[in-house]
Design a protein around this ligand. Structure first.
Ligand code: PEP
Ligand code: MG
Length: 314
């Protein structure tokens, strides 16, 4: 019943006391984007472009890609759409970007690393995005997946800006990137934390192995520490730091993330109403209290319980 009441809730843009905390949608296809907009989403925090092309054996051309991006942008006039460049490899292989002989695909030539072997794919994608951004609709933000070093961030930023893209960022989903967030942020306009992969790589636990779910829990103190380090670097630089991993779909975690300094939350659209209700119903001070309680806990279950207790009226 509580969920039904939340159905008409508009996406949060701020905490109860006016601190920025936008709730955005994760989408993978043009149809997903249309459905998210119809359900009330005002922007996209993660467009997983590889999902558009999962069933393709040949690479999509610039025109075809531009048409798809234009259509997604058109669903969110006045909003923003964060487009992630192709994140092929490991759990989401693309036939036309197949990397033969990967013994450890999660640690191999995946995400942004694909540009080492197939710079043409990234170049076409950036050209298509640059074309789409001129046709109105949402503000286009572009980010690279699986960036591990400041040098990669600088290289991606130069390529994207060379195509005329102006809001350039990267995902923070590898521990090395979180640990060196300050240097990475210096190259970029924004970052977005991918807690799915950040948990996988921090805990050395395959994200597809259900029996390791306890290790993959984003409430794990080590994962929270890396999120906190990234958010701190963002606050110091005055740079937006989003979270687009599924942890943002947990309403209690959403408060903790805002308390750590995260400025936007992107999630499966089905979770947006409940998260919005939670964020808009709490102050930044509440969020900071929840974050401090979670960070002080010795383990995942206790971190969650401590955050919960911190916001419980007494
Ligand atoms: C993540 O890793 O948290 C993320 C948002 O990206 P994906 O789940 O597509 O790897
Ligand atoms: Mg990821």
């Amino acid at each position: 019943a509580a969920r039904a009441e939340l159905r008409g809730t508009a996406p949060a843009t701020h905490t109860a006391d006016g601190h920025p905390a936008a709730v955005l949608a994760n989408v993978g296809t043009v149809a997903d984007a249309a459905a998210a907009a119809a359900a009330g989403a005002t922007g996209v925090g993660l467009l997983r472009t590889e999902v558009l092309y999962l069933d393709r054996s040949t690479a999509p051309g610039v025109d075809e890609q531009a048409a798809a991006y234009r259509e997604v942008l058109g669903h969110f006039p006045g909003g923003k759409v964060v487009v992630r460049t192709l994140d092929s490899g490991a759990d989401k292989p693309l036939a036309f970007a197949e990397q033969p002989g990967e013994e450890n695909p999660a640690l191999g030539v995946r995400g942004y690393r694909l540009a080492r072997r197939r710079p043409d794919l990234l170049d076409d994608q950036l050209a298509a995005l640059a074309r789409a951004q001129h046709d109105g609709g949402a503000e286009l933000w572009v980010m690279a997946p699986m960036v591990s070093t400041a040098a990669e961030a600088a290289e991606f930023a130069a390529l994207a800006r060379g195509h005329g893209l102006t809001r350039v960022g990267a995902m923070i989903e590898v521990p090395s990137a979180a640990l060196r967030a300050e240097a990475i942020l210096a190259e970029l306009d924004f970052v977005s934390i991918g807690t799915n992969d950040l948990a996988q790589y921090t805990m050395a636990a395959d994200r597809l192995r259900g029996e390791l779910a306890d290790l993959l829990d984003p409430w794990q103190p080590a994962v929270l520490d890396l999120v906190a380090a990234t958010a701190r670097a963002g606050a110091a630089a005055g740079t937006p730091v989003g979270v687009c991993g599924e942890s943002a779909a947990d309403p209690l975690m959403a408060l903790v993330l805002v308390g750590l300094g995260v400025t936007s939350l992107s999630m499966a659209p089905a979770a947006a109403a409940e998260v919005s209700h939670m964020v808009a119903g709490h102050t930044l001070e509440d969020c900071r209290r929840a974050a401090a309680a979670a960070l002080a806990a010795p383990g995942a279950a206790r971190a969650r319980a401590a955050a919960e207790a911190s916001i419980r009226p007494n």
